[in-house]
Ligand binder design. Structure first.
Ligand SMILES: *Cc1c(COP(=O)(O)O)cnc(C)c1O
Length: 395
């Protein structure tokens, strides 16, 4: 299974649906990936940064109390322990190193909740590059602490007032900036989405998660898991965790999307569960659109999953049946978050808590299963939302 193909396709999905002005920049990126990504010098530098600055390998933790409560054997891959608090830093460091190889003078990035913006700002500071982060004006308001973190890390945050004023508009604006200076500027995209070669590049940089987890699990339990569970927004932490297990056909793979308030269009961000095929931001994938093909706004309690599309490789993996996808609602997710915090001493990100709920549901149907959960990030950033939800119920 060697995908994408030469046209950047995962079966019918993926590809590169972009204005002509963007083609030279994408061609240049593609050539840079072919030249550097798997080259020994680049890999040595990447691995060294991951080890000495990001804090890899991240721990694999057995979860004894969740195991007992669920009647399962539960392990957690702890991306919450990575520098800046989530898996996004793996991709940000890798792309910034690539930018330097390509001779770029500045990094630009988009961000929704702010996590990729913070990771990009940190990686750019570390590697001595200026960084501009595009962020929807609505998100700038909602995610003020992350805006301040980016500023302290030396980045310039540009609020985007056009379009939906959230992540989708921020990606559009970053693409526009890139087109105006494709040689001097490198666009660091935050998830396994967008036009080819981004979904491939991000997968390759994030697949360190699954390679580590597979090895760690074999070393500590002597076997492969029955199921691997991860949350899916754009799909980068999920593809990063799943990729090492794709050819282990006895291992089930389960992606969990944001079910929000329910199944209605606009009430969730579950593009695989409820979406239909279409083109979004350069990629043919499953998207949340109305019958006229208008992309619709999404809802999720977790800002990091709140996107109307999904990476094309996930659309393909769903179609082939290799990966199963489900969704968890806002309230199911918050319940799973509270359980993990109280019984394992780990406050996961709300995004990651979707995976915990999916894992618990799997455990109820499959007693005794060994379950590997991708804990994609830590929940400290979510305190303002938790104060309005879970903590209010506890008062
Ligand atoms: C951004 C984010 C996600 C969602 O992004 P993916 O590309 O789907 O992984 C999930 N978890 C955390 C902690 C995040 O910050």
């Amino acid at each position: 299974m060697d995908l994408p193909d030469i046209k950047g396709r995962y079966g019918a999905f993926g590809g590169r649906y972009v204005p002509e002005t963007l083609v030279p920049a994408l061609d240049r990126l593609q050539a840079g990936i072919e030249r550097y990504l798997h080259d020994a010098d680049f890999q040595a530098e990447f691995i060294n940064e991951l080890r000495t600055w990001v804090g890899r390998p991240t721990a694999l933790s057995h979860a004894p109390t969740l195991s007992k409560r669920w009647g399962a054997d539960v392990y957690l891959k702890r991306e919450d322990l990575a520098h800046t608090g989530a898996h996004k830093i793996n991709n940000a460091v890798g792309q910034t190193l690539l930018a330097k190889r390509l001779g770029a003078k500045r990094i630009i990035a988009e961000t929704g909740a702010g996590q990729h913006g913070v990771a990009s700002a940190a990686a750019a500071a570390r590697l001595g590059m200026p960084c501009v982060v595009y962020m929807g004006a609505v998100d700038v308001e909602r995610q003020a602490p992350n805006v301040d973190r980016m500023k302290l890390l030396g980045a310039t945050v540009v609020p985007v007032t056009g379009g939906d004023k959230t992540l989708r508009a921020a990606i559009d604006e970053a693409l526009r900036d890139w087109v105006s200076d494709p040689d001097g500027t490198y666009y660091s995209l935050g998830s396994a989405v967008g036009p080819h070669p981004y979904p491939y590049l991000v997968r390759e940089l994030q697949s360190v998660i699954g390679r580590e987890a597979r090895e760690q699990l074999l070393a500590s339990s002597g076997r492969l898991p029955d199921v691997v569970v991860a949350c899916v927004g754009g799909g980068s932490n999920a593809i990063g965790l799943f990729h090492a297990f794709l050819s282990d056909l006895a291992v089930k793979l389960l992606g969990v999307e944001a079910g929000g308030r329910g199944a209605g269009l606009g009430d969730n961000a579950a593009s695989l569960t409820f979406g239909t095929p279409g083109v979004l931001q350069g990629s043919y994938t499953l998207i949340l659109q109305d019958t006229f093909g208008q992309v619709r706004e999404t809802h999720s309690v977790s800002a990091g999953l709140d996107y109307s599309g999904v990476g094309p490789e996930h659309a393909y993996l769903m179609k082939t049946g290799r990966v199963a996808y489900e969704s968890a609602t806002d309230s199911e997710t918050l319940d799973a978050l509270a359980e993990c915090a109280k019984y394992e001493g780990i406050l996961p990100a709300i995004e990651s808590a979707h995976a915990f709920f999916g894992a618990r549901r799997f455990a109820r149907k499959n007693p005794g299963a060994q379950i590997l959960i991708g804990c994609s990030g830590r929940g400290d950033k979510d305190m303002p939302i938790l104060q309005h939800t879970l903590l209010r119920e506890m008062r």
